[in-house]
Design a protein around this ligand. Structure first.
Ligand code: NAG
Ligand code: NAG
Length: 322
């Protein structure tokens, strides 16, 4: 399948971090993977809410937030797609700090909290719930975006300012990670079809090489963060289940979420181990770099899809059901 890879050098130079997210293919993949693991009530909510507009599926819905963030009504939502980790990936030091990197409370971490609350809020009016529905799709994006290493990296505007080569074409590092490497992989191995790709990842989760990892994916072992911004901290292991149900517990006041921060750190660590390990002029969409990047992208998309399902399952079914 022929697809146009945007060689946006001038565009990239003019763009900020928000110019790219996992491209549509990445978001759709996360959505389709999640859809396969929804528990009954979560599935019912998703299908009813999304309706025929999105073929009742998280796959098509997962691109919504990206498509609206440049439209007049939603430009405010741009900062919600990332957290700029002020670390030093080139010297091998990767880290994410909620207080340092999301100090103004306007980033991917706070957005996940906000829309988790709103999705669960049955007291919202019909119109508000309809709006909340739109933000359900946002949430998917955020959980998807947090798995993209360069969305949790501030260095050179998340890699947007770093020239790169993908399949012989000029691009930038961020764009190569959002779309270039993934498109190359899809065309090479999955007939260019995101549904084939998602099906392969789902199979790996159910019966293949990822099966033994999934329990770990739903644990968010605590961080070395100071507890200043969270009230619950001492339980080990910390799980998605506990994180979301505590967050939604009406008796608690604002309880910061733990898992998204842990996941952001995990994703950010790939900036040091993989993303920044190229040499100048190296083609990122072929050879050793590509072969090292593909397993990371496969894993991150599968993992975030699975986590997204777990997240919705806890909200609507009271348990991850996984
Ligand atoms: C809509 O979903 C159904 C059932 O999951 C699927 O068979 C069909 O291919 C989908 N249609 C589109 C246009 O993606
Ligand atoms: C939460 O989401 C709503 C709806 O999009 C938005 O109006 C509000 O500003 C958000 N609140 C915070 C604290 O981000």
């Amino acid at each position: 399948m022929a697809r146009i890879i945007v060689a946006g050098l001038a565009v990239a130079a003019a763009c900020t971090q928000t110019a790219f997210a996992w491209g549509n293919l990445g978001h759709q993949t996360v959505g389709y993977v999640a859809q396969a693991f929804l528990a009954p009530n979560a599935l019912d909510f998703v299908q009813t809410s999304l309706g025929s507009t999105y073929n009742e599926s998280l796959g098509p819905a997962a691109t919504w937030a990206d498509s609206v963030k440049y439209t007049p009504g939603y430009t405010w939502s741009k900062p919600l797609h990332f957290v700029d980790a002020e670390d030093s990936p080139l010297s091998g030091s990767c880290s994410v700090s909620e207080t340092r990197d999301c100090g103004d409370g306007d980033c991917i971490l706070s957005a996940i909290a906000n829309y988790t609350t709103r999705i669960a809020k049955t007291s919202l009016s019909k119109a508000q719930r309809q709006e909340a529905l739109k933000f359900l799709a946002c949430l998917l994006q955020f959980l998807g975006d947090i798995g993209q290493p360069l969305h949790v990296e501030a260095y050179e505007v998340g890699g947007n300012d770093i020239d790169a080569v993908c399949g012989g074409k000029s691009t930038n590092l961020h764009s190569a990670w959002d779309t270039g490497i993934l498109e190359t992989n899809l065309d090479a191995t999955y007939d260019g079809e995101v549904s084939n790709y998602a099906a392969a990842l789902i199979k790996r989760i159910k019966t293949g090489t990822y099966k033994s990892l999934t329990d770990d994916w739903l644990e968010c072992s605590s961080t070395t963060e100071p507890a200043s911004r969270r009230r619950f901290f001492s339980h080990v292991p910390y799980t998605v289940d506990r994180d979301v149900s505590r967050f939604l517990d009406k008796r608690a006041t604002i309880t910061p979420l733990e898992c998204p921060l842990v996941w952001a750190k995990e994703s950010n660590a790939y900036c040091c181990s993989t993303v920044f390990t190229y040499s100048s002029g190296q083609d990122l969409c072929t050879g050793t770099y590509y072969n090292k990047a593909v397993p990371v992208i496969d894993l991150q998309l599968a993992k975030q899809g699975y986590r997204l399902a777990a997240w919705l399952n806890v909200i609507f079914d009271g348990d991850t059901n996984l």
